[in-house]
Design a protein around this ligand. Structure first.
Ligand code: ZN
Length: 233
């Protein structure tokens, strides 16, 4: 029972590692493409551009009191259809609500496969020529999207903020794959060793052995089927 639990925890941890590795790999190397969909809020004061592919989503969001920016987007889709559940764009910041600022924007980069699993954010401090990455580790390479539409160009970043539902889903997904693949590989290795007359636990040649146990690892030869560990690492 305890061994099973340990095994379950190990596979879940490996699932987390693989999930993060895939999301970061997507963030570092994969291109989302340059085609976007645009949406506008019902009152016309907020708009959103969304670039999407299987491995990531980039979202540029803008809210403005003057709303002149958004007029050109009339006839596009509704913003709430395009904004993901984990980004709460419907709630303006305190500074905007109090009237201290007349507009706000955000640029979000979410990654992961099969589900989006983590995200980071970009910020342009006023009058500065650099983009600040929030909730992510900036890399030296750039987005293809940013180079076409935004200045200064957006650096790629490894996202650190979890999208919990996607994170849990991907973790279980990768843990399940490993659960299926890893024991299968060890079973195959044991089978091959047994056929070749090798110790199933360590691979030592037993063909001329006249002991009860493997001289290399001590595994009992006549009991190897029962004692060979299922995961040998
Ligand atoms: Zn052995």
């Amino acid at each position: 029972m305890r061994r099973r639990l340990t095994k379950l925890v190990i596979f879940l941890l490996l699932g987390v590692v693989l999930n993060v590795a895939v999301a970061w790999g997507c963030a570092a190397w994969a291109d989302i493409g340059t085609d976007y969909t645009e949406g506008i809020s019902e009152d016309g004061t907020a708009s959103l551009l969304r670039w999407s592919s299987n491995i990531g989503t980039l979202i540029y969001f803008e809210r403005s009191r003057t709303a002149t920016l958004n007029r050109k987007m009339r006839g596009s889709r509704r913003m709430d259809e395009l904004s993901p559940y984990w980004l709460h764009l419907d709630v303006p910041s305190a500074a905007y609500q109090s009237g201290r600022i007349s507009g706000e924007n955000s640029f979000t980069d979410a990654r992961g496969w099969p589900a989006l699993t983590m995200w980071s954010e970009y910020e342009w401090p006023a009058y500065r020529q650099t983009v600040v990455v929030k909730g992510g580790l900036p890399l030296s390479s750039r987005h293809s999207v940013g180079q076409l539409y935004f200045w200064p160009p957006l650096p790629r970043a490894l996202p650190l903020r979890p999208i919990w539902l996607g994170f849990a889903f991907n973790t279980l997904f990768y843990a399940a794959i490993l659960w299926l693949v890893i024991p299968g590989q060890f079973a195959l290795r044991r089978h091959i060793r047994r056929k070749r007359g090798l110790c199933v636990a360590c691979g030592y040649d037993l063909r001329h052995a006249n002991h009860d146990a493997c001289r290399e690892c001590g595994a009992a030869i006549h009991l190897q089927r029962a004692v060979a560990p299922r995961i040998e690492q």
